[in-house]
Design a protein around this ligand. Structure first.
Ligand SMILES: [Zn+2]
Length: 485
C-alpha cells in the first residue's frame, strides 16, 4: 500500500518565501489609497468618489476626500486607486474548500448519490495532502475573486490541521473551519456524547485563533437527513453549551432538499426548524446552510431565535434542490449571507458570480425585476456575512475602526465599462477576474491580480497531477455525454 503523503510535505514542496509574511508585516506602516471610488457599505451606504482610505497596521484609520487625507497623511505610503473601486472583502459563508480537486465531477447528480458515490469515497480515500492541496487551490481562487473570509462547514477530523492552518497563514485569508462532528454510533449514553464533543473541542481549542487570528474553529454539525443517521439529544445539548463556552459558531446543512425535510417530518412529526429548536441547534451563533424547503412557520422560528442562514443560489439551481424563498426570509428579518458551496456543485468559488445569481434566481421566480436587487446582493455578501459569523463590529464595511479587509476592483474592462451605476456593474457586469488588489487585516494578499502568498503555477501543477491520481483511485469518470454513439 502506498504511504499516505502528509499535508506538511506537500506544502514544503511548493515554492514559497518563508520570510515573506514577516517582511510584509514588518513593512506595514500607514498606507493611503487615493483617488479611489469607495462603496463604503456604512449605515448610509455612501459611495464616495475621488476618495482615500487610510490603513494603519490592521485597521482602517480614515475614509474621506482624497485631497484632505493626502494632505493630512503626507508621509503615508501611497497606492494609486485611480479607476479602481474599493469594496469590503467578500465573505463566502458556505463553501466546501476541500472539494476543488474534484471540480466538475459532481455534475448531473441528485444529492444522495452525490454524497454516497463522490463525497464520501473522496473523504475516505484521500491523503491528508490531497485535502490540504484542495483547500489551497480553493483559497487561492477565493482570494483572486475578492473573498477575504470563508466558512468551510465540514472539515474532516482526519485532515492535517497543522498544514491546513499553515496554508491559511501563508495566503493570509480568514478561514472559519467547521470541524465535522456527528453523534457517536451506539446507545444514547450521556458520557459517550460528552466524550465525542470533548474530543472535537480538544482539536478546536488547539487551532482556534491560530495564524495571528486568521483561523477560527467552529462546530461543523450534522443533523439527521436520511434513514440511519444517528441522533442523541445529549450530544446536541453538549455542542450547544460548549459552543457558548468557547465563543464559537455552529454551522450545518438544514432543510436543504425535499427528501431531508420529509425525513424529519416522517420520523419526528415536526418541521426541521422545530426539530433544530428542540435540539438546541438554533440561535445567534448558528449559521444554517441552504434552507431551500423552509415553510412560513420555520421562517418565523429562525427570525425569533436570531438564527442566520446562508444562501447558495448557484448550487441550489445546479443540483435542483429547491428554491429558498429569499425575499420572504429577508422580509421576516432573518440575516442572510451568501455562499458558493464549492467546486463540486457550483463549480467555482466566485462570490461576484454568486451575487448575480441570487438576483437572477429570485427575480425569475417572482417575475419581479427587483425581487432581489444588486444592492441587496452586495449587502448579503458583505454585511450579511459579517453578521452571520458574529463579526459585524470588525468586518463587512469600509469604516474607521474596522479591520482593513478590502478589495480593489478594476471595472475599466471591456465587459464592465462604462460605469453609470457602480453597484450594478459590480454585481451584474463584473466577475472574479475584475479583482485587482486585496487587503486582509491591512496585509496585501493579492496585487494586480496575482496571489502573493504562494506560487500559482506550482499549485496548479500539483493540482493537475494529484487530481488525476485521485480520480483514478476513486474510479469516478466525468459525466460528459460526448461523443454520442
Ligand atoms: Zn454544503
Amino acid at each position: 500500500m502506498p504511504v499516505p503523503q502528509s499535508g506538511v510535505k506537500i506544502l514544503q514542496s511548493l515554492r514559497y518565501d518563508y520570510y515573506r509574511k514577516q517582511d510584509l508585516l514588518a513593512d506595514v506602516t500607514v498606507l493611503l489609497i487615493d483617488k479611489v471610488t469607495v462603496v463604503t457599505m456604512d449605515k448610509q451606504r455612501r459611495i464616495l468618489t475621488d476618495a482615500a482610505i487610510v490603513i494603519d497596521q490592521q485597521e482602517i484609520l480614515s475614509v474621506g476626500a482624497s485631497e484632505a487625507l493626502t494632505t493630512q497623511y503626507a508621509n503615508a505610503d501611497r497606492l494609486d486607486g485611480n479607476d479602481l473601486v474599493a469594496i469590503p472583502g467578500l465573505i463566502d459563508a458556505h463553501c466546501h474548500a476541500d472539494q476543488s480537486l474534484l471540480r466538475g465531477l459532481g455534475d448531473k447528480m441528485h444529492w444522495i448519490p452525490f454524497l454516497d458515490d463522490v463525497v464520501e469515497p473522496y473523504l475516505a480515500m484521500r491523503d491528508p495532502a490531497d485535502g490540504v492541496l484542495a483547500n489551497t487551490l480553493a483559497m487561492m481562487e477565493m482570494l483572486r475573486g475578492g473573498t477575504t473570509c470563508f466558512v468551510s462547514p465540514n472539515v474532516d477530523p482526519r485532515d492535517d490541521y497543522e498544514a491546513l492552518t499553515g496554508t491559511v497563514g501563508r495566503l493570509g485569508i480568514r478561514a472559519i473551519l467547521g470541524r465535522f462532528i456527528v453523534p457517536a454510533e451506539g446507545p444514547d449514553n450521556p458520557d459517550t456524547a460528552r466524550q465525542t464533543v470533548a474530543d472535537a473541542t480538544a482539536v478546536m481549542r488547539q487551532w482556534h485563533k491560530s495564524q495571528d487570528g486568521l483561523v477560527s474553529l467552529w462546530f461543523g454539525l450534522m443533523v439527521p437527513r436520511v434513514a440511519g443517521d444517528t441522533v442523541h439529544p445529549e450530544f446536541y445539548r453538549e455542542v450547544a453549551s460548549e459552543s457558548v463556552r468557547m465563543g464559537v459558531g455552529i454551522t450545518y446543512h438544514f432543510c436543504s432538499e425535499i427528501e431531508d425535510a420529509e425525513y424529519i417530518v416522517d420520523e419526528y412529526g415536526v418541521r426541521p426548524a422545530e426539530w433544530s429548536r428542540d435540539h438546541h441547534a438554533l440561535g445567534e451563533n448558528v449559521l444554517l446552510i441552504n434552507g431551500c424547503q423552509v415553510t412560513p412557520l420555520e421562517i418565523e422560528i429562525l427570525a425569533e431565535t436570531g438564527t442566520h442562514l446562508v444562501h447558495s443560489p448557484v448550487a441550489n439551481m445546479k443540483m435542483g434542490t429547491g428554491i429558498l424563498p429569499l425575499p420572504d426570509v429577508l422580509a421576516a428579518g432573518v440575516n442572510v449571507a451568501l455562499g458558493t458551496d464549492g467546486a463540486l456543485n457550483n463549480n467555482s468559488y466566485d462570490m461576484i458570480a454568486e451575487m448575480k445569481a441570487a438576483c437572477l434566481l429570485h427575480n425569475a421566480v417572482r417575475q419581479n425585476a427587483s425581487a432581489i436587487t444588486a444592492e441587496t446582493a452586495l449587502e448579503m455578501a458583505t454585511l450579511g456575512g459579517a453578521q452571520a459569523i458574529g463579526r459585524e463590529q470588525e468586518l463587512g464595511s469600509i469604516e474607521p475602526g474596522k479591520l482593513a479587509d478590502l478589495v480593489l476592483v478594476d471595472l475599466k474592462r471591456i465587459h464592465s465599462y462604462p460605469v453609470h451605476d457602480v453597484v450594478s456593474n459590480l454585481v451584474f457586469s463584473a466577475n472574479g477576474s475584475n479583482v485587482h488588489t486585496v487587503f486582509i487585516g491591512g496585509r496585501k494578499v493579492v496585487e494586480g491580480g496575482r496571489i502573493l502568498g504562494l506560487d500559482e503555477a506550482d499549485v496548479l501543477e500539483q493540482a493537475r497531477s494529484r487530481s488525476e491520481a485521485l480520480r483514478a483511485k476513486l474510479g469516478i469518470a466525468a459525466a460528459n455525454a460526448w461523443p454520442v454513439s
